[in-house]
Ligand binder design. Structure first.
Ligand SMILES: C[S@@+](CC[C@H](N)C(=O)[O-])C[C@H]1O[C@@H](n2cnc3c(N)ncnc32)[C@H](O)[C@@H]1O
Length: 225
């Protein structure tokens, strides 16, 4: 992608997600409902953590006490999952491209001093201080990113911030029949199993497990070499 079209895509992602946040943030974050109560919305984040994290603690913690772990979340939205992550792990750093979403997440995390949320530029993690992260996570974010270049850049950035051996567990769009367009910030670029393996190799990860190839919820377990 040439630099000016990349800038246009980044700008469009920020503007579209700000608009979605203003219209009905919780619906666009989790489209199961249009009228989430606080309690139901954050309970759905606890469910995500129960399904994707608590079932997978061996890969995620690798023997460490979760309360001693520093973790990263990409695309935190209104803090739905971030809140549950902050209840489990010692330190949580989260980014989102939308300032409107970041403001909602900061409000949702007001009573969780171990969580910090940053608005980023939509493609790198330069805003996140430090390094040596023990785990990184992202769900229902890359399935909305229309650029392979942006997703691959995030993978390189996570590699930079993780300690060796640590896991980046994330979900991408795996449905190969989707027609995507760089201007459409709802339908993300799909990855085949071969593309997921190639991206791991290109970015210094071992793609140890994959689940859901061909499906909207294509989960990848990348371990930093
Ligand atoms: C469907 S929401 C999911 C939020 C959260 N992961 C959850 O499960 O509750 C997608 C989020 O990804 C964010 N997002 C979209 N493109 C992004 C990008 N390029 N960089 C960072 N965040 C992005 C949006 O602003 C939005 O908050």
């Amino acid at each position: 992608m040439d630099p000016s079209s990349l800038d246009r895509t980044l700008d469009k992602m920020r503007r579209d997600w700000d608009e979605r946040a203003r219209e009905n943030a919780r619906f666009y974050v989790n489209t199961e409902r249009t009228d989430w109560t606080d309690q139901e919305f954050f309970a759905s984040g606890e469910r995500t953590v129960a399904e994707e994290i608590l079932t997978d603690m061996t890969n995620i913690c690798q023997g460490k006490d979760p309360k001693q772990m520093k973790i990263l979340e990409i695309g935190c939205g209104a803090g739905r999952v971030t809140r549950a992550l902050a209840g489990l792990f010692g330190e949580v750093h989260a980014v989102d491209v939308s300032g409107e979403m970041v403001a909602l997440a900061q409000e949702a995390l007001r009573d969780r001093p171990n969580a910090r949320v940053y608005q980023n530029n939509g493609m790198d993690l330069s805003i996140v201080p430090g390094g040596g992260f023990d785990f990184a996570f992202s769900t229902i974010v890359f399935q909305h990113i229309p650029s392979r270049e942006v997703i691959e850049n995030y993978v390189r950035e996570v590699h930079r911030l993780l300690r060796p051996g640590a896991l980046f567990k994330f979900q991408v769009q795996g449905d190969p029949t989707l027609q995507t367009d760089s201007d459409d910030t709802w339908l993300g670029i799909p990855f085949s199993d071969e593309q997921a393996v190639a991206m791991a190799g290109a970015c210094g990860f071992e793609p140890r497990y994959r689940h859901g190839a061909g499906d909207q919820y294509f989960w990848l377990w990348y371990f930093k070499k």
